[in-house]
Design a protein around this ligand. Sequence first.
Ligand code: HAM
Length: 425
Amino acid sequence: MIKAVRGTRDLLPPDTGLWNFVEQKVREVFARYNFQEIRTPVFESTELFARGVGEETDIVSKEMFTWEDKARAASEKTLSLTLRPENTAGVVRAYIEHNLEKTGLLQKLYYIGPQFRRERPQKGRYRQFYQIGAEVLGPATAGSELPIRDAEVVEMLTALLDAVGLKGWTLYLNSVGCPQCRPAYNEALRVALADVKDKMCGDCQRRAETNPLRVLDCKVPEDQPYIEALPKIADYLDEGCRQHFSEVRAILDTLAVPYTVNPRMVRGLDYYSRTTFEFTHGELGAQSAVLGGGRYDGLSEQLGGPQAPGIGFAIGEDRLVLALQAQQAVAVSPLKAFVAPLGAGTNRHALKLARELRAAGVAVDVGDESFRLKKSFETAEKLGAAYVVLVGENEIASDAFAVKELKSGQQTTVARGALAEFLGR
Ligand code: HAM
């Protein structure tokens, strides 16, 4: 038997109903906040992620699906390509490639789609997973650097999670400084690590030299006491970063968005500057981060583009759906009615009625005239229909239909013209 590849999975009904519900709700919220959709390719040049996300990150150094795409003609080059492990680098590449800075406006873009990382699969962690993300970026003259943008993005996230019905999340907030103040922090980390790095894992030993901030991503349990004792970034922020962060917090306070400052949270990608955040959820166990994001003011220049400060986030849709399933709070709109033809020659009348009901916006399914009444009711029940509509000889002759509500067992006769409204109530 051929099975889905390790770390990938099929999403089947009825679960896909919840995925559709989530995507529909977030699209509504994005529209209210004036975000528009962007779709970028699922694979890009490897270089984009190496330069954008950072060579020393776990994502780039261990987790990418990369292959060599052989030239097929003299006019082509052999390329190193990678399935996107995240979508921010792709969005910024598109921003640069299409000269979106020419509009002079903030670009408010969202995306929904698969991402790929070769991580060790477990509950809430897959090699193909889905993100719902958004990015706000543009020239500084459009206000892209200002704390109000950070606060608005975080506040929108609370609206997104509300709209899908997720309760019980925790928001962690931090500032990771900027290229002006980060070197001093990196130096402090390097000095502190010099004494202990020999007792730490190979990754930490290497990163202590190449990119000390990434030591904070280490998950090796034996290394944690050393990491706990390292200097904290909050003590190294320069005046600009300190003020920016305090303004973001002041706006969130005014909006009554609850958060906890977590000075250890540096996020696993190199492009962040200043504000970073994560929302966690208790139902998710070890993979508790339901979403993460932050500001990436230098990323566009890093990729060869114009100055384009930005901030964004990505929700792990797999994890959001798991958390919603755990709290069982969401009722996904069920099938309204099962139309049951009764006896020879009734199929075409049943399908005609179903066609009218569907055209009127009512979700219905149809049985078959070979079904006994009992089988029609059993099928309707299994499908989760609210009503069964009987289409027998009498109904056809009188143009009024026996309608049975499955939950209460109540039966009524409803005229054809009134049926859609009756079922749609
Ligand atoms: P990230 O923290 O790497 O950030 O991923 C965001 C979210 O994607 C995580 O919080 C998690 O819910 C989900 N996720 C990540 N890896 C997996 C996996 N293997 N299986 C299931 N879910 C996963 C980013 O990707 C940034 N691009 C976010 C961002 C946008 N920052 C600024 N703009």
